[in-house]
Design a protein around this ligand. Structure first.
Ligand code: TIU
Length: 222
């Protein structure tokens, strides 16, 4: 156990590292690599690449400090019985969830595109949460896993800032977790949504949590 103080907005936050988990949200090939789901939605996936190296630095530090590391993956069963029609039929992308893509069927569990990028691949013993929704708590056992480990604080990284990271932070906030979001460890296809998403988290005295960055968190962890 180590108590550390992390410089953040709206103010410094003191955490016990043994009660803190690092959560990597949806760092999947389908979102980050050219030709995957993110690109079929019309997005420039290179905008997400900037988050990979800072995430890797935090991941390495968390592992050195024996912090709980959790990875999430957004996706669905091969028969897609857990995919709402509204989600599958949304918009008019050139390929939809379940359709064949360059990395197998898009956002389908077990397909190469659904898997996590090699740079941030889970180590043995790190729970991987397969989630059908945007939030990591919805229809998953994440809350049980965190409760069993006595986790109170979450450092939430991943993509995209305003979609799955934000939804997860909001879900966590309602469940009583203190969330710290390192600004350079998340990214969006829409840079302005990334900026505003972070401002929303730390506004009103930190209504959803705290915003820091990898440099300040690494400095605090030592
Ligand atoms: N993980 C996640 O954010 N899922 C999305 O679909 N994000 C988009 O921004 N499209």
């Amino acid at each position: 156990m180590a108590r550390v103080s992390i410089s953040a907005e709206p103010g410094a936050i003191d955490i016990d590292t043994s009660r803190t988990a690092l959560i990597m949200v949806d760092m999947q090939r389908d979102f980050l690599q050219p030709g995957g789901f993110g690109e079929t939605l019309g997005n420039d996936v290179s905008l997400l690449a900037v988050a990979v190296a800072p995430c890797r630095a935090l991941l390495d530090s968390a592992r050195r400090h024996d912090m709980l590391v959790i990875h999430t993956r957004e996706g669905h069963r091969p028969d897609m019985t857990d995919a709402p029609r509204t989600k599958v039929e949304r918009g008019s992308p050139s390929a939809r969830i379940g359709d064949p893509g360059p990395y197998g069927r898009i956002l389908i569990r077990g397909e190469p595109g659904h898997d996590l990028i090699p740079e941030l691949y889970p180590q043995a013993g790190e729970p991987v949460i397969d989630k059908p929704g945007k939030g990591a708590f919805y229809a998953t056992d994440l809350h049980v896993i965190l409760s069993n480990r006595g986790i109170e604080n979450l450092v939430v990284c991943g993509v995209t800032t305003e979609v799955c990271v934000h939804t997860t932070v909001r879900e966590a906030n309602d469940r009583g977790y203190r969330c710290i979001v390192p600004s350079d460890c998340c990214a969006s296809y829409f840079p302005e949504f990334h900026e505003v998403g972070l401002r929303m988290i730390k506004a009103q005295g930190g209504i959803f949590g705290w915003v820091s960055d990898s440099g300040r968190i690494l400095a605090a962890l030592g």
